[in-house]
Every structure is written in structure tokens, then in C-alpha cells.
Design a protein around this ligand. Structure first.
Ligand code: DGJ
Length: 724
């Protein structure tokens, strides 16, 4: 991966005739002077090494592991362009395409200067490029995170022309990777299948993974990918590049493999039907894209990404999360105060710590008994809750439970007072029917008044109900007529980008205004999962699909990038699998319960209680420990994961039998081989005393534990503690 991805056949020769090195101060790079090298490297020497060719163009000399050790031998044009623009490489798709004010469609960028400064915890390298003929400034920005050995990268584009320019393509990052057998792993699949993993070889041509629809795009394609340049990596071996597009809107990742084997990856906001004008003097900032690497397989990479996400991305990411009881799958819209109070009593008996009241609590003139009314009218439905939310928050407090509320503040039902007052607030095109999805329309976040409404909606709910310390923020439709009443006719294509930026702004404002409120990000399940929006949230709802067989696979794939602490995992009856198995699967994420406990048998309640008690004993490991993936559940036979404490003192191991295929042993090869461990089994199905055995870490790593499961849909949990 660190090899310089030289591609002499594909790039223009050095100093092509007639190409002025505009913007380059040639006095700094005379023909015999050493070339200008710009490094955006972590302390480990990984990241980007760029070189300025003698014609002034900026090239990528190396990317990834060991980029800093790649020798700078020549400042010529033998290496891939750092930022391929339209017109520079006629055989390839560009990362950046701009139509300039005078109609010129190509962009020719040369190096002007670079700088480095400490900003927001990272070291920020900025490389300024200019087009000497068409006044436009383009800055490649790379934020280097030494502690996590990764970088984030984005583009800033400033229009210096006297009229607006049009951005057609604006990938935030476009590294080139060299490798013998490149393959791509990506996730998607739509509602209830959003973390379905696909791994495929990158053959000649372009593979594009993109999402559309504007509002819950990540249901369709997650903004995450693994690229393995030399063939599939294992958990401990092989070279892997991780990419995460930090954008709540539509995203696009393209991998173009050319004849010389080089893969050009372009990643960023999806520019499809999203041409963006930049006015004179305006600066457009493309969203950040994160890159991380490993030459020791996927496991080490994931652990680094998890630590980064907990410490630098999500809110309050290093604290322990409470166990939630949610009423959605239990009641849907049909509940009343008595039902919720009964569930709260069960929550206490089971050991849950937070009660989350989901959709259906609001709507006065248009009560929300189904999904066809009430959205937008954020007043309590007194028919269901005659004593208001206060009765519930007081009831929760009396039971030492925290209380949470569901909101979907960016949406409106036509059957609502809000729509009657503000039909102009919705996303719509003037000549088109306003088609509903899930019986609702989307509010237009390009409008400042709508952005203020959304922020105020959440603020008012939290101010009016001070007992609410947790919010689930949902968004349940995509957009089919992407028009805005505040955008001029010739700028309607701004909607995809600007409305996503608007969503990000309101999320940021809510997070800033309510620093003590915990918030779950949800969009019809995992329809919003990017690291950009996760900065304003504490966790995300992994998927509406809670069938534990499917969830195990989804959580496995999500865990390539994201820590268990932010992957909400609630036990339900979805899929009709054994409850103990469902509990064990949910215990490998942020555990919660979402089933009608008032209808549960005493045996089932006992399983839920045992699971909650056990989870609380090990949740520091699950939520804050290091994840080791031991057996992949993706082939549907068995699965196993371990979470290890930082000092290797303690671990919890989860093993799952999925079908009839017998297993023999479970090697737990993450423990300290020189220590002795006590292994204690945890049963969710009975109160029998745990079995306890002692073994050296080396034996647990090599021979492992016997595979004790022989029935499909069963799970075993082991608590492992060092005794010396
Ligand atoms: C979609 C979410 O994913 C569900 O968990 C639930 O909150 C419903 N929306 C409520 O309408």
C-alpha cells in the first residue's frame, strides 16, 4: 500500500508543452532544485506524501502505511495527480469538475503554497492550489490524527471570478492505491438490511457505491468501505484501507481500476443532480472523508477506529451507556399511561435504567394513532396521556429510571396543524404532486425558518419536560421531489447538498443547546450513520431489523468501523428466535429491551433480568473495551467475539451457534499468553451457579475453549478474568 502508485502511462508527461506552471513560484523549484514535498503523515509515518512536479502540478507520491518512508526521487509527473480535475486526465473520471464563469469546463491546478497548524486536536495540513487562467482557489486539507494513526481530508473551493461557477463533481478525496488483487467491502441493502456486507474484486472499470434520496441515504449504502489492495485481509493479516464519508446526505464512493492496476478512489458527497454554484468570493467546503490503514488485518484497524469514534466523534463517548427499555415494538402507537407505567415497573424489575417513549405520544387536533397524522404537532396527546409527559417523567424518577422521548422534527403529516399553517415549508416542486412516503412530507432544511423550527421543537420539548434526559431523533422518508421554495429556479440542484448541510447545522445546534441530553440518531433504522452527524449524537439505531440472526451479521459488519457502545441493540421478538439468544446478540452492542414485558412469561422476564444483570457486569468491556472478532457469523454457521480490557485483565466472550454445523473449539487469541485466567460461564436461561475453570492465556489462545454449543440459535457467554 505504501508503494508509490506510479502510473506513467496514464498521466501526462513531465512539463507538457504549452502548460504554464501557473501559480507556482518557479524560483522555489528550479530544474535542479529538490522538489517540493508536502507530507500529511502521522507520527507513525503513515498518510499522504505529495510532491510538486516541475510543471507545478501536485502529485500523490504515496498513500497509506509507510508513505513517509517512500523516497522522493524526482519531482516529475510520474505519479497520480493528488486531485484529478476534468481536463487533466482525459481517460479517467475526475474528482473535481467545475464550469467556470466564462464557460471553460476544465480546471488546471498547480501548487501555490502549503502550511501546517494545530487545530481541534489534530494537525492540519493545507495545500493551496490555483488555476492560473480561471481564478479559483482549491485547498486540499488533511487533518492528521497522530494518536489514532488516521487522517481526515476535505476540499475547500473559493471562487475568485466575477460571476458564479458551477461545481459538477466535488469528491473530497481521491487517493490512488496500488495493489495486485484489490477488493472492496461495502454495506447496504435498504430498510431492515442496511448493514448487509458485500465483498467483491475491483476489476477493470469503475465500481460506484452511492446513496440518494437525501434524507435517510445510508439505508441504501453505508458511507463506509474497506479497500484491500492485495486481496482479502484476515482479522490479523493483510493490508486494509478504511474509508468513511462524514456526510449526512447522499454519498458516493467510486473505485476506478485502470489498465496499470492502480485504483483511484473518489469519495465524498454525491454530486448526482446536485450541481452547486459558488458565487464570487464564496467558499464551498466539501465534507470530510476519513482514511485509516492497517497492514495487520481488519482487527487492529477496527480497534483504532473505535477508539477514535469514542474519543473524538460521538458525544461523551467514553462513558458507560444506560440500558434502555423502549416501547416501540411493544405497543407501536397503541399505548396509554397505565401501559407505560406497567412497562416501567417491569423495567425496574428487569434492571433497565432508562425508559424511552417512542412514536405516538403527540398530536392534539390530529392525534397520532397511526403514521398518517400528527407529525409536526409536538403537543402531548391527552387522550393517551391525560396527565401529560410529567406523569411519566415523575413516575420514572420515582422508580429511579431516566426518561426519553422520540421525535421526528424534520417531518410533517398533511393531517397536522403545522401543515395547515405552513404548506410552503415542505420539500416540493411547484408543478408536481407532493407524494407522501410513510404518509408524510419532509420539511425543507434549506429554509432558515424551518431550521429554526426544528431546533426550537427539540428545545421546547426539553424545556417543557425537564425530566427528559434522552431523545431518539428519527427521520422516516426519502425525498422524491427535491425542490425548495427558497432556492431560485436555476439553483434547485443545491437542495441535496444544502439541505444536508442544514440538517447538520440543526443537529449541531441541538447538541450545543442541550449538552446534558443524550441523543440517539435514527432514520428508519440506520438511515443516517455517518461520522459527521454522529458528532452530535451519542449512539445510533443500527437497524429496525432486530432478528438476532440478521443482527449478529449486521453488528459484525458495523463493527468494522464503529464501536459497540454506539450500536443500539434492543431485544425484540422480531424473527421469533429464542429470547436468550436474542439477548446475547443484543449484549454485544448497546443493550436495550423493546418488547411488551407486560405480556412476557415469568421465564422470559427472568431471561431479560439475567441478561441485564450480566450486561451490567460486563458492559464496561463491551462498550469501552477492545473488540476482537473471533468467528465470523457471515457464513451463517457460528459466530464469536471477545471484548478485552485495555490492560488485558478481563474479557467477555460471546459465542453463537447459528445452524447445525458443529464446532470444536473457540480460540481466544487476544489474551495475554503469559497470564492465567479464570473463565466463568454466564447462563441466561437458568440461575445455576456458573462453571469456573482456570487456564493459561496461551492455552486459551492456542487450544481455546471447547465449543460447548450444539443447538442452533443458542449462545454462550464467558467472563474471563486474570488471576495473577
Ligand atoms: C423508525 C424507527 O427505526 C423505529 O425504531 C421507530 O422509532 C419508528 N420509526 C417510529 O415511527
Amino acid at each position: 500500500m505504501s508503494e508509490p502508485a506510479a502510473e506513467p502511462a496514464a498521466e501526462p508527461a513531465a512539463e507538457p508543452a504549452g502548460v504554464p506552471a501557473a501559480g507556482l513560484d518557479k524560483s522555489r523549484s528550479p530544474a535542479d532544485a529538490p522538489p517540493i514535498v508536502v507530507d500529511a503523515l502521522t507520527e507513525s509515518g503513515n498518510g499522504y506524501r505529495f510532491v510538486v512536479a516541475r510543471d507545478g502540478r501536485l502529485h500523490q507520491l504515496a498513500f497509506g502505511i509507510g508513505a513517509g518512508s517512500v523516497p522522493v526521487t524526482v519531482g516529475r509527473s510520474l505519479y497520480p495527480l493528488a486531485l484529478p480535475t476534468y481536463g487533466e486526465d482525459p481517460h479517467r473520471m475526475p474528482a473535481l469538475r467545475i464550469t467556470h464563469a466564462d464557460g471553460v469546463m476544465t480546471t488546471r491546478l498547480t501548487y501555490r503554497s502549503h502550511s501546517e497548524a494545530d487545530e481541534d486536536g489534530g494537525r492540519v495540513v493545507r495545500i493551496d492550489l490555483v488555476d492560473g487562467d480561471e481564478p479559483i482557489d482549491v485547498t486540499i486539507v488533511v487533518r492528521v490524527w497522530d494518536d489514532y494513526d488516521l487522517v481526515e481530508q476535505w476540499l475547500e473551493i473559493t471562487n475568485r471570478q466575477s460571476a458564479s461557477v458551477v461545481l459538477h463533481d466535488y469528491a473530497s478525496a481521491s487517493p490512488a492505491l496500488a495493489g495486485s488483487d484489490p477488493c472492496l467491502t461495502h454495506m447496504g441493502g435498504g430498510w431492515a438490511a442496511e448493514w448487509t456486507a458485500f465483498t467483491e474484486p475491483l476489476t477493470l472499470g469503475t465500481k460506484v457505491i452511492e446513496s440518494l434520496g437525501g434524507i435517510r441515504p445510508h439505508l441504501q449504502a453505508m458511507p463506509y468501505a474497506l479497500i484491500e489492495p492485495a486481496g482479502r485481509a484476515s482479522e490479523t493479516e493483510g493490508s486494509v484501507v478504511a474509508c468513511a464519508i462524514e456526510w449526512v446526505g447522499n454519498t458516493r464512493l467510486s473505485c476506478e481500476r485502470s489498465h496499470n492496476g492502480v485504483v483511484r478512489v473518489c469519495a465524498g458527497a454525491n454530486p448526482y443532480a446536485a450541481e452547486r454554484h459558488i458565487d464570487p468570493g464564496e467558499t464551498f467546503r466539501a465534507p470530510a472523508v476519513l482514511w485509516a490503514w492497517s497492514d495487520a488485518g481488519r482487527g487492529a484497524l477496527s480497534r483504532r477506529l473505535h477508539r477514535f469514534t469514542r474519543e473524538q466523534v460521538v458525544r461523551d463517548g467514553t462513558s458507560i451507556r444506560a440500558t434502555v427499555m423502549n416501547n416501540w415494538e411493544a405497543t407501536f402507537f397503541a399505548f396509554d399511561e397505565a401501559k407505560l407505567v406497567a412497562m416501567m415497573d417491569d423495567a425496574v424489575a428487569i434492571g433497565a435504567e432508562l425508559f424511552l417513549l417512542d412514536d405516538g405520544w403527540f398530536g392534539e387536533s390530529h392525534p397520532r394513532d397511526l403514521d398518517d397524522a400528527g407529525l409536526g404537532d409536538w403537543v402531548v396527546d391527552r387522550r393517551k396521556l391525560p396527565n401529560g409527559i410529567e406523569a411519566l417523567t415523575d413516575g420514572a424518577q420515582a422508580r429511579a429510571l431516566r426518561f426519553g422521548l422520540w421525535v421526528e422534527p424534520e417531518m410533517v403529516n398533511v393531517r397536522s396543524s403545522l401543515y395547515a399553517e405552513h404548506p410552503e415549508w415542505v420539500v416540493a416542486e411547484p408543478t408536481r404532486e407532493r407524494r407522501e412516503e410513510r404518509n408524510q412530507l419532509a420539511l425543507d432544511l434549506c429554509r432558515p425558518d424551518v431550521r429554526a423550527f426544528v431546533v426550537n421543537t427539540v428545545r421546547r420539548i426539553l424545556v417543557d419536560h425537564p425530566g427528559v434526559s434522552y431523545v431518539k431523533w428519527d427521520a422516516n422518508r426519502a425525498v422524491s421531489e427535491p425542490g425548495s421554495s427558497v432556492l431560485p429556479a436555476d439553483r434547485q440542484s443545491h437542495w441535496p447538498f444544502d439541505s444536508a448541510a442544514g440538517v447538520n447545522d440543526v443537529m449541531a445546534a441541538v447538541a450545543a443547546g442541550h449538552p446534558n441530553t443524550e441523543i440517539m440518531l435514527c432514520a428508519s433504522g440506520g438511515g443516517r450513520f455517518d461520522l459527521g452527524s454522529l458528532r452530535h449524537f451519542h449512539e445510533a439505531w443500527t437497524s429496525d431489523n432486530t432478528d438476532p440472526l440478521v443482527r449478529l451479521q449486521m453488528q459484525w459488519a458495523a463493527g468494522w468501523f464503529l464501536p459497540a457502545s454506539i450500536l443500539s441493540a434492543h431485544v425484540t421478538h422480531w424473527g421469533g428466535k429464542p429470547l436468550a439468544f436474542a439477548c446475547a446478540v443484543a449484549m454485544t452492542g448497546r443493550f436495550g429491551i423493546d418488547l411488551d414485558t407486560t405480556a412476557c412469561s415469568p421465564d422470559d422476564l427472568a431471561v431479560l433480568r439475567r441478561a441485564t444483570t450480566a450486561y451490567h457486569r460486563v458492559r464496561d468491556l463491551v462498550q469501552q473495551g477492545d473488540l476482537y472478532r473471533l468467528v465470523s457469523p457471515l457464513d451463517g454457521e457460528r459466530g464469536a467475539v471477545a471484548f478485552l480490557s485495555k490492560d488485558s485483565d478481563r474479557a467477555v466472550v460471546f459465542a453463537f451457534q447459528l445452524d447445525e454445523t458443529p464446532g470444536s473449539a473457540l480460540a481466544i487469541d487476544c489474551l495475554d499468553p503469559d497470564r492465567t485466567y479464570e473463565v466463568q460461564s454466564i447462563s441466561l436461561t437458568d440461575d445455576a451457579l456458573p462453571t469456573v475453570e482456570r487456564s493459561p492465556g496461551s492455552v486459551l489462545g492456542d487450544e481455546g475453549l471447547p465449543w460447548v454449543l450444539d443447538q442452533p440459535l443458542t449462545a454462550a457467554i464467558f467472563e474471563v478474568s486474570a488471576v495473577d
